[in-house]
Design a protein around this ligand. Structure first.
Ligand code: TYD
Ligand code: MG
Length: 453
């Protein structure tokens, strides 16, 4: 309702005041305020003609199953999600083709179907036939009666089926293959992907059913229609790994219902994805004793430390310009560390190709791995192996100084648990109680000298 209100306005500068005063504080003029009548209307009603007033007592406005998360049957997945799928959540699950998205999604569907026999679990596949999906499900432990598979490309049909069957869990595989009849454009086009994602989001929010939407990323790691999709969903899960290894890493890059720091580790086997309960052992399993150019680093993901192997290879460049290649660490970081090694530790690399790799398809973002990368490179360059039972921790600064790392104690404990005896640590950091022999170092040069002689 509009109401009439009295106010005062300066005749000089038009500044408005609720009360009269002798001087306008805006322009400083004396006796310039005059009374005027103001029509004050409700600000919203001007912008929302025909809007309905929301009834807060209406139960459908309240989160229906607040806190009742649906566990996936995989501790590794639940951890990444923050305790299972949140009801009425839309989760986008992305990864390279062939990494195992459909497999993991199917295994989760099987687990939920077994745990929730009174409600169906629905898989809508635009990628594979019903026969293919069911065949795979049989191989992975049998098809429960309440697991239903449909091969379709039409999102309207998916939504209608969800509404009709009230399933416990839904998989849509994949975002690139579905489309809405309502809008033009081929499946996989940006308007289509956007529309079908919004339709699924709406379906999930109104029905309280968790939906997992699979999305392909290109070989370069780009999601088709990349960042836009992430904004439209509640949670984004990423599945990573490399072609040569069976290890798979599940991360969340966005999570409205939990932290994004935890990872889940899996191994792709003959019978689908298996959880890896001891990642350190898995990541170190292929390690050669006395290998040159190999160092061990205790990575920390969320609350969990695990040891990974960093490998480096230096070789005389056959062409004029030396090559630098990195997998699992950023190329920029590698280049910087190579420059520090050359300048501050006397490790000559100018005419050498340098390749660095984190074993098992793991990706390291933490600068705490700097020193381990440096030592792997120096080990290859100097043709001297790093002692087998030693691991390395420390961030490296531009002056070649070794800096403190986070959660030192947890990382050291993991090394100790795995039978390591010695750790290279930053000398600036106060060391916790440990059975390990700690070798504090102040600079990269000192680390190279102490470890490789
Ligand atoms: P898939 O889940 O189809 O990958 P995505 O959906 O991410 O494209 O996984 C395909 C790969 O997984 C394929 O190379 C075969 C392999 N695989 C196994 O090794 N074991 C299994 O039990 C299954 C089902 C698949
Ligand atoms: Mg697939």
């Amino acid at each position: 309702m509009a109401k009439i209100k009295q106010n005062f306005r300066c005749t000089e500068c038009n500044a408005e005041y609720p009360k009269w005063s002798g001087q306008c504080t805006q322009c400083g003029t004396w006796n310039s305020l005059v009374e005027f009548t103001k029509q004050e209307s409700h600000p919203v009603s001007r912008h929302a003609p025909g809007g309905n007033v929301i009834d807060f007592k209406d139960k459908s406005n309240v989160a229906a199953h607040d806190g009742m998360r649906i566990t996936t049957g995989f501790a590794e997945v639940d951890r990444v999600l923050g305790g299972g799928f949140f009801p009425d959540s839309l989760t986008l699950f992305v990864g390279n083709p062939g990494i195992g998205k459909s497999t993991l999604a199917l295994q989760i569907a099987l687990q939920i179907a077994h745990a929730t026999t009174n409600r169906p679990v629905l898989i809508f596949s635009g990628e594979e036939s019903v026969f293919q999906v069911r065949k795979r499900a049989e191989r992975l432990g049998g098809v429960p009666a309440n697991l239903h598979v449909a091969a379709t490309f039409v999102m309207e049909d998916v939504i209608a089926t969800i509404t009709e069957h009230n399933p416990a869990f839904v998989i849509v595989d994949s975002a690139q293959t579905f489309s809405s009849r309502e809008i033009p454009g081929a499946p996989g086009s940006m308007p289509q992907i956007r529309t079908i994602t919004e339709m699924l989001m709406h379906a999930s929010k109104t029905s309280g059913i968790p939906i997992l939407l699979i999305g392909q990323v290109t070989k370069g790691g780009e999601m088709a229609g990349p960042q836009l999709l992430a904004h439209l969903v509640d949670t984004v899960l990423q599945f990573e790994g490399d072609d040569q290894h069976d290890l798979r890493i599940l991360r969340s890059s966005k999570n409205r219902f939990g932290a994004t720091s935890e990872v889940g580790i899996f191994a792709m086997t003959e019978s689908g994805l298996q959880e890896v309960t001891n990642p350190s052992e898995a990541f170190l399993s292929g390690r050669l004793p006395g290998a040159i150019g190999s160092s061990i680093y205790p990575a920390l993901e969320g609350q969990r430390p695990f040891l990974v192997e960093i490998q480096a290879l230096t070789a005389t460049t056959p062409f004029g310009l030396p090559r630098r290649s990195a997998s699992g660490i950023s190329l920029q970081r590698l280049s910087l560390l190579l420059a520090v090694l050359e300048k501050h530790a006397g490790v000559k690399l100018a005419s050498l190709d340098v390749f660095a790799n984190v074993v098992g398809g793991f990706r390291i973002e933490e600068p705490a791995a700097d020193l381990a990368i440096c030592l792997a490179v120096a080990s290859s360059r100097n043709k001297a192996a790093i002692p087998q039972e030693l691991f390395v921790l420390g961030e490296v600064g531009l002056s070649g100084e070794v800096r403190a790392v986070s959660k030192l104690e947890q990382r050291l404990k993991e090394g100790e648990k795995l039978g390591f005896t010695t750790a290279i640590v930053p000398s600036t950091q106060k060391a916790p109680q440990t059975k390990l022999q700690l070798i504090p170092v102040r600079t990269v040069a000192e680390a190279v000298q102490k470890v490789l002689g």
